[in-house]
Design a protein around this ligand. Structure first.
Ligand SMILES: [Zn+2]
Length: 502
């Protein structure tokens, strides 16, 4: 009997490590190389940071460890880094509660500390937090690509706190670019009528968000749709952020729904350049500016119909791209109008152009970054990404909310040596979709082969919920609506369907 028990115990002992390993803490996005103990924890004593990131790295580490751990923050010791490491790469080693970080830049130090925050837990056995414990760990990490972005929509319904939370989550997940598209919410001084009254995207708010983003290593990129989507509203909402309240500006827009800008009207370009200049300033002169350009409709005014439309499009976009260049910025645009609908080469992908708009591609400056969106699941190949790449453009692969699609597009972007990944969120930036999109996008941007598990779905949700909660603590959140990822748990509005555009 004893022997039998011993045999069972030995069998268990052989399988025991995998049991414990399956509960080992994880980091999102999963590091390139990583070994973290599930059971071997010690009180966090000190953090030694070896870096050439200068005094900025020390200040960042000390202020953020104080914010996260308060009176229990570990002491920090700085050392000069003499090795060679890629800009955002880092190593993180933890032995007996002594944390050692090495990174050549401040960006690497931030990434290391964000990884540390994800695996440090309050010490066990007390009613309230009396200290922090860290597992034995060896992490060696480096991003697969330099441009790791997410595109956010600022609707009239979106609060600044929602945007701030997403910027902070992006930074926590090592995403370094956040495009913010105003849906009629940017408060302009050069054209106060451009947008809904009392838009929340004020210059003061942008300055505050820019400071937060900058501190966390994220660059904010503005967006102005300069072709279609001129209504600043979703097509299915039937709204127009300018014309509903300011009908005198109708000549700037095509007669059919005001969906396209009137590109033959010289006042259009003048206004757009003034708005671009104002937004560049409000965003702190970022190196990129998104000019939209997706889902335009056919022209409907006689002046725009009378000339070959692609010539108007090329002239307009080139003038904007040149202006941005003169300001030290680069235009980014969606790809779909540059591919002809019905062309069999793009079957299964998004091509919304006509023969005319597709012709515009030839004449466009090659330093425009093409943002190629594809929202489907895994594809065998990505002909549109290859096409723009071969046409000499820098190309970003842009997934949306399909988990497998996000991972596959990241894998492809990395293997094809593309410029990077820009995840989109649209009107789904809430609920469990938010958790899925951010965690999987982070994986797709950071790793050549995504690893952060989605198999335990609830476990993934709980991990992201923990991270959002930590962000809520940093923001000193006190409102019920600003917790979790849904505003409310129960909807009591009987006519909810009527109030929301599908
Ligand atoms: Zn027109």
């Amino acid at each position: 009997m004893k022997r039998m028990l011993l045999t069972v115990a030995m069998a268990l002992a052989m399988t025991a490590p995998s049991f414990a390993e399956s509960y080992a803490p994880t980091i999102c996005p999963a590091p390139a190389e990583c070994r973290i103990s599930a059971t071997d924890y010690s009180p966090m004593k000190s953090v030694v940071i070896e870096t050439s990131g200068g005094s900025g790295a020390q200040e960042w580490a000390s202020s953020h460890l104080r914010l996260w751990y308060g009176e229990h923050a570990p002491e920090i010791r700085m050392k000069r880094f003499r090795g060679d490491m890629a800009p955002d790469a880092y190593t993180l080693d933890i032995t007996g509660g002594e944390v050692r970080i090495a990174a050549s830049t401040l960006g690497g130090v931030r990434n290391a500390l964000h990884s540390l925050r994800q695996i440090a837990i309050p010490s066990r056995g007390t009613m309230t937090v009396q200290g922090w414990s860290v597992p034995e760990a060896e992490v060696k990490d480096c991003p697969a690509m330099g441009f790791r972005g997410v595109h956010l929509c600022w609707f009239p319904e979106t609060e600044a706190a929602d945007i701030e939370r997403m910027i902070r989550l992006a930074a926590y997940y090592k995403i370094n670019y956040v495009v913010i598209e105003s849906w009629g919410t940017f408060r302009s001084d050069v054209a106060p009528w451009f947008g809904w009254p009392d838009g929340r995207m004020t210059k003061e708010e942008l300055k505050r968000l820019r400071d937060i983003a900058g501190d966390l290593g994220v660059c904010l990129i503005p967006q102005l749709n300069v072709f279609g989507h001129a209504s600043g509203s979703r097509i299915r909402s039937g709204k127009h952020a300018v014309l509903d309240f300011a009908p005198q500006y109708q000549p700037l827009f095509e007669p059919e729904g005001g969906w396209n800008w009137c590109l033959s009207n010289p006042e259009t370009l003048k206004l757009q350049l003034a708005l671009i200049s104002e937004m560049l300033d409000a965003f702190g002169n970022p190196p990129f500016f998104h000019i939209g350009c997706d889902e335009a409709e056919a022209p409907s005014c006689p002046d725009c119909i009378a000339v070959p439309y692609h010539e108007l499009v090329v002239r307009h976009l080139t003038a904007i791209s040149d202006y941005l260049k003169s300001k030290g910025s680069r235009a980014m645009m969606w790809h779909d109008m540059l591919l002809e609908r019905g062309d069999q080469r793009w079957k299964g992908f998004y091509a919304n152009g006509t023969e005319y708009t597709a012709k515009a591609l030839e004449g466009l400056p090659r330093d425009i970054v093409i943002c190629d969106w594809f929202y489907g699941p895994v594809a065998d190949s990505y002909p549109t990404l290859d096409f723009f790449n071969h046409q000499g453009f820098d190309v970003l692969s842009c997934p949306w909310d399909n988990i497998q699609g996000i991972r596959a597009q990241g894998r492809y972007a990395s293997s094809a040596g593309l410029f990077g990944v820009l995840g989109t969120t649209w009107h789904h930036a809430y609920g469990t979709k938010l958790a899925e999109m951010f965690s999987q996008l982070a994986e797709a941007c950071w790793n050549r082969d995504p690893k952060f598990s989605t198999s335990g779905y609830n476990s993934m949700l709980l991990r992201v919920a923990t991270h959002l909660r930590q962000i809520g603590w940093d923001m000193k959140q006190t409102e019920y609506r600003h917790t979790g990822w849904y505003d409310y748990q129960v909807i009591t509005e009987p006519d909810a369907d009527r109030t929301l555009a599908p």
